[in-house]
Design a protein around this ligand. Structure first.
Ligand SMILES: Cc1cc2nc3c(=O)[nH]c(=O)nc-3n(C[C@H](O)[C@H](O)[C@H](O)COP(=O)(O)O)c2cc1C
Ligand code: SF4
Ligand code: SF4
Ligand code: FES
Length: 584
């Protein structure tokens, strides 16, 4: 018998460590022979803490939303084989969500113990590396990646084989492999989950890359805000060294040396840009370099360097083990394989999913993500984070692949999907992302540094009811100029959330500017709270809740709000039990 507790970051945030401790205590108290172990994120973060029980016949039972008290009951229930723990059993619908996915990069996440190299090996781990070293040339490896059609999962979607080949072709004895684990998009946690849930998969992918391009050193650049990821990765590197999968003469074959180290980054979004990342690795301020030369020609310390994203590397062992054509048989015409997405925002079943490319967006959001919280109307989904764009409801049948997503004005990005409902103000949403990119601009380019500031000022005044005629056109004009005049992807894509919301929700901008109204009722300055005479019974609840005494009225008589005093906090709206307070 075995009990597995999900201890990814979101499981831990939901209380998984306490659950683990409670189970350990109960097992000890009851003196029973049950193996207790841990795993990473299975993706159903909305159900955390999750506990799996595997009986002696290998049959799995999944318990969800477990707390320390329930955990003890579950152990008791299991031992006594009674039914009292059934109320914590996973729903059939939630099991179905997993079956709709295709797991390649996440194949072991939420399944194996990320702290055990033995479990990784038992799941087929390090076989692909062995196969490469024993029976394939570096050219064969690159060819297999080419057949797979793997494109970089870090955002730009550049063909991986091409970059590998360029780094291989570059002259020099010293070359580097770098993994970009900077993951800075608000709402994204795909890479963190792989690092925490299956670090050996990333390590294996990086070693294979080292063999293919002729590099003997690898660096994982990971943000310091991911302490659990760093801990598990460090542990995995140590284990791989002990087994001889890292270090000199890997597999004892006297053929190839490769070692890995971690560099913790300070969490600047721009350091995810590959040339800024290299600067940061070298101890410089993280500012992008001019390209060309590309990192494949002149990268870390001016040596040929291949940089890939965590998920890109995590696909590599599967491709080498199963063949490039098995990978390319999944997905869409020009986007092969699968893609991991982090579903967040106003969605019922927020978490991590891996789906074949080409799946309609509607299926991801409604069939897998369970639709919108409180049955509200879906309004749009922001794809690609601050560099991406929004996709509105009438385009929900768009195929999730690089080409189709960029055709509708968004980008695939690294996989963040922020879902918005009717209560989201699109102008305010665009303002939020622009505020983010403005703060994260490294300041090198005037267009990016000053242009984003000016755009933010315009957006802020629109949201505050100070919008002027011509503001939309000014935003469009500035946006295009910032895109053209910026050196790196940060500035080149910063206006995207604004431009795409103007494209699909221009009427919302116009209502803010012309009518001084926020249709989603989010922009405080544009709201007007009023009390309806015919509904108000004069109970005085609103008056008592108003923090600034803006409400006047005698008992049992209709009350009134003094608009001069009202600070639009909404307390009266929430307090009134007779729907007498309206907001417009
Ligand atoms: C502002 C900015 C931030 C970026 N952040 C990341 C990141 O966090 N992770 C990542 O893999 N790529 C990020 N990228 C893309 C990288 O520059 C690079 O294209 C990528 O790491 C290449 O790996 P891939 O080919 O496997 O996608 C970012 C790009 C820009 C412009
Ligand atoms: S576009 Fe912005 S973030 Fe990129 S180099 Fe220029 S100033 Fe820095
Ligand atoms: S919105 Fe707030 S400040 Fe205004 S009347 Fe209601 S409770 Fe008072
Ligand atoms: S951490 Fe457990 S499902 Fe996400």
């Amino acid at each position: 018998m075995k009990i597995i507790v999900g201890q990814g970051s979101c499981g831990i945030a939901a209380g998984a460590n306490k659950v683990y401790d409670a189970i350990a205590e109960e097992i000890k108290d009851m003196n029973i022979d049950v193996e207790l172990t841990t795993t990473g994120c299975i993706g159903m973060c909305y159900l955390e803490p999750i506990v799996d029980f595997i009986d002696d016949d290998g049959e799995k039972t999944v318990f969800v939303k477990v707390d320390a008290k329930m955990a003890k009951e579950i152990v008791n229930g299991i031992v006594q084989n009674n039914e009292n723990s059934n109320e914590y059993l996973i729903d059939e619908i939630d099991i179905g969500i997993l079956s709709k996915q295709k797991r390649v990069a996440l194949k072991n996440c939420g399944v194996i113990n990320p702290e055990s190299i033995d479990e990784y090996i038992a799941s087929g781990g390090y076989k692909a590396l062995k196969k490469c070293l024993e029976s394939m040339t570096p050219e064969d490896v690159i060819e297999e990646i080419k057949i797979a059609g793997l494109k970089g999962r870090g955002g730009a979607g550049f063909p991986t084989w091409f970059k590998w080949n360029a780094a291989k072709q570059s002259q020099g004895n010293v070359k580097y492999v770098v993994c970009n684990a900077d993951e800075g998009d608000p709402g994204a946690f795909m890479d963190r989950s792989i690092l925490e849930g299956d670090p050996h998969n990333l390590i294996e992918g990086m070693i294979i890359n080292g063999y293919a391009i002729g590099a003997s050193e690898g660096i994982v650049y990971v943000r310091a805000e991911y302490p659990l990821a760093i801990k598990r990765l460090n542990n995995a590197i140590e284990q791989a060294r002990i087994r001889g999968y890292l270090g000199k003469n890997i597999f004892g074959l006297d053929k190839f040396d490769f070692d890995l180290r971690i560099k913790a980054g300070a969490g600047a979004f721009v350091c995810g840009e590959e040339t800024a990342l290299i600067e940061s690795l070298q101890g410089e301020r993280g500012m992008p370099r001019l390209k060309p030369p590309f990192p494949a020609q002149k990268g870390y310390w001016d040596k040929p360097t291949n940089i890939n994203n965590v998920e890109t590397f995590a696909n590599v062992p599967w491709i080498l083990a199963n063949g490039g054509s098995a990978f390319s048989s999944m997905g869409a015409e020009n986007s092969k394989g699968t893609k991991v997405f982090a579903l967040t925002g106003k969605i019922n079943k927020g978490g991590l999913v891996e789906v074949p490319m080409g799946i309609p967006l509607r299926e991801v959001i409604f069939d897998i993500g369970g639709g919108i919280i409180d049955n509200k109307q879906f309004k749009a989904v922001q794809m690609g984070g601050p560099s991406g764009g929004c996709i509105p409801a009438n385009l929900l049948d768009t195929s999730v692949d690089y080409e189709s997503i960029s055709r509708v004005g968004a980008i695939m990005g690294s996989g963040g999907m922020v879902v918005m409902d009717e209560t989201t103000c699109m102008v305010d949403m665009a303002r939020f992302f622009l505020d983010f990119t403005r703060k994260e601009s490294c300041g090198k380019c005037i267009h990016c540094r000053i242009g984003t500031k000016r755009m933010l000022e315009i957006l802020t005044r629109i949201c505050e009811g100070e919008g002027q005629e011509g503001d939309i056109e000014l935003l469009e004009d500035l946006g295009e100029k910032i895109k053209e005049g910026s050196l790196c992807g940060l500035g080149q894509s910063a206006p995207n959330p604004v431009l795409s919301t103007i494209r699909y929700f221009r009427d919302e901008y116009e209502r803010h500017i012309n009518d001084k109204k926020c249709p989603a009722k989010q922009c405080t300055n544009l709201l007007e709270y009023m009390i309806l005479d015919d509904k108000c019974i004069g109970c005085g609840l609103c008056k008592r809740n108003c923090p600034v005494n803006a409400i006047a009225g005698e008992r049992k008589e209709a009350h009134r709000i003094n608009q001069e005093i009202c600070i639009k906090c909404g307390k009266c709206y929430e307090a009134c039990k007779f729907s007498a307070v309206t907001v417009d």
